[in-house]
Structures are given as C-alpha cells and as structure tokens.
Design a protein around this ligand. Structure first.
Ligand SMILES: O=C1O[C@H](COP(=O)(O)O)[C@@H](O)[C@H](O)[C@H]1O
Length: 236
C-alpha cells in the first residue's frame, strides 16, 4: 500500500486524479476504460473538482462508469450515490448516457444485485475467472467499512457473487455492494481519505498489522495487489 500525503483535501484529490490519468495514459488502446465509483461525501468532492478543473484533462469518452455500491433508494433521493455523480459530474461534463451503468437502487435489492452482477459479468473483461474494473475509487467509512461492506456483514469480503445486498448496521438501510473478490481482482485501488474526521480510522488503518475481518477496509487495502491512498491527514 502506498500513501501520498498532501497539504489539503483538494491537493490529495488532485494527486489521485493525476494518478488516474496516468493509469489511463499507460493503456492508450484500452477502450472502454471501466471505472467503478464510490459514493458519499468524498465522492461528491471528487466530482466537484473534476467538473471545475478536469473537464479538458480527462479523456471522458473512454470511460464507462460503474459503482462499487448504491443505497436502495430512488435516483432522485439525496442518499443516492448515482444522483450526486449525475448532478455534479455527468450532466455538467456531458457524459453520454450509454456510458453510465447505474445500480437501480429503487428496484428489489436482491434482484438488482443479481442483475448488476450479471451486467458486469457480461460487460467487463475477466481474469482469474472473475470480472475486473480497470480502476476503482474506493472510500473508507468512519467505522472502517469500504464499499458497503460493514464489519457486520464481513462475509461479503469473501462472497462468490459479484454484487450482493448489505445492511447498514445503524440505519438498517439496504445497500447493494461490490464484494471482496471482484474488488481485489480490480487493482489499482485509488483510495481518498480526506478530512480531520477520518484521522482516527486512518491511523487505525496504518496500525492494522493484523488484518481482521472486523475492519473490512483494512482487509481489502492490505490484500489488494495495488492500493494507493491519498490523504490530507498529516504524516506522523
Ligand atoms: O456509505 C458510503 O460510505 C463510504 C465512505 O463515504 P464518505 O462519506 O466517508 O466519503 C463510501 O465510500 C461508500 O461508497 C458510501 O456508499
């Protein structure tokens, strides 16, 4: 796991974006470039930055957009991961709708997890017998979850399905999440860890010498072949 320390949240996100651009440039013939997005507040800051500063710098037309997770709500709901990407990125940049593969959070969760698993099985190339994304932007929650794999549903770290239903441990909100095997098959993982409120979990991540399944983000980030963390938290 490599860690890039930046002096501000925006700088950390710029470094992450520059890395993404380099990854894309290192595979010039690779069309489409399949990118899985996360949701939450960090993703919203990324979309705002991309819209403001990267409109001309990213080869948007090559990218096909997928999600690592979605909340089981309608696409108009403020909780929808798709809604924020759509409002802050896709519409302002003018991404063709055919390049966007959203998870239908408004549909029956189990059926939708199966449909989306099937979709990525058909759309994505495979290695090790599993589909893979060309890059994943992966978040880390304050409680150590990643995607929507919480410690209370850590069996999803080893689930054989590509996407499955998860339950938020406190709100009980249903989620659809990418599972561990496909995340680990899809490196590089680009992990933004932004803001003072992430300091405690970031330090726990750095100290997590023994990877326990009660800390899903550590399980994924230490096991992945390539994880790059971008943070504005000061180096100790
Ligand atoms: O619930 C979620 O949380 C994580 C972290 O989000 P953030 O608000 O702390 O940036 C996110 O990566 C995930 O996609 C999202 O659904």
């Amino acid at each position: 796991m490599e860690i890039y320390y930046a002096k501000s949240p925006e700088d950390a996100l710029r470094r992450m974006t520059d890395k993404l651009i380099k990854i894309m440039q290192s595979k010039p013939g690779l069309v489409p470039f399949n990118l899985a997005l996360s949701g939450g507040s960090t993703a919203q800051r990324i979309f705002a930055l991309w819209q403001e500063e990267y409109k001309q710098q990213i080869d948007w037309n090559r990218i096909r957009f997928y999600w690592v997770d979605e909340r089981c709500v309608s696409p108009e709901d403020d909780e929808s991961n798709f809604k924020h990407a759509d409002q802050q990125l896709f519409r302002p940049i003018g991404i063709p709708r055919t390049h966007i593969y959203r998870i239908f959070g408004e549909k029956d969760p189990s059926m939708e997890a199966n449909r989306y698993s099937e979709l990525i099985n058909q759309q994505l190339p495979k290695k090790n017998g599993l589909p893979y994304f060309d890059a994943i932007i992966l978040g880390i929650g304050l409680d150590g979850h990643t995607a929507s794999i919480f410690s209370s549903c850590n069996f999803l770290l080893n689930d054989t399905r590509s996407y499955a239903v998860a339950v938020h441990p406190e709100s009980k909100q249903l989620r659809i999440t990418l599972t561990g095997p496909v995340i680990l098959n899809s490196t590089p993982l680009l992990v933004p860890v932004i803001g003072e409120n992430k300091k405690a979990i970031f330090e726990r991540l750095l100290e997590a010498r023994t990877i326990t399944e009660s800390f899903p983000a550590a399980c994924i980030m230490y096991r992945a072949a390539s994880t790059s963390v971008f943070t504005d938290i000061k180096e100790r």
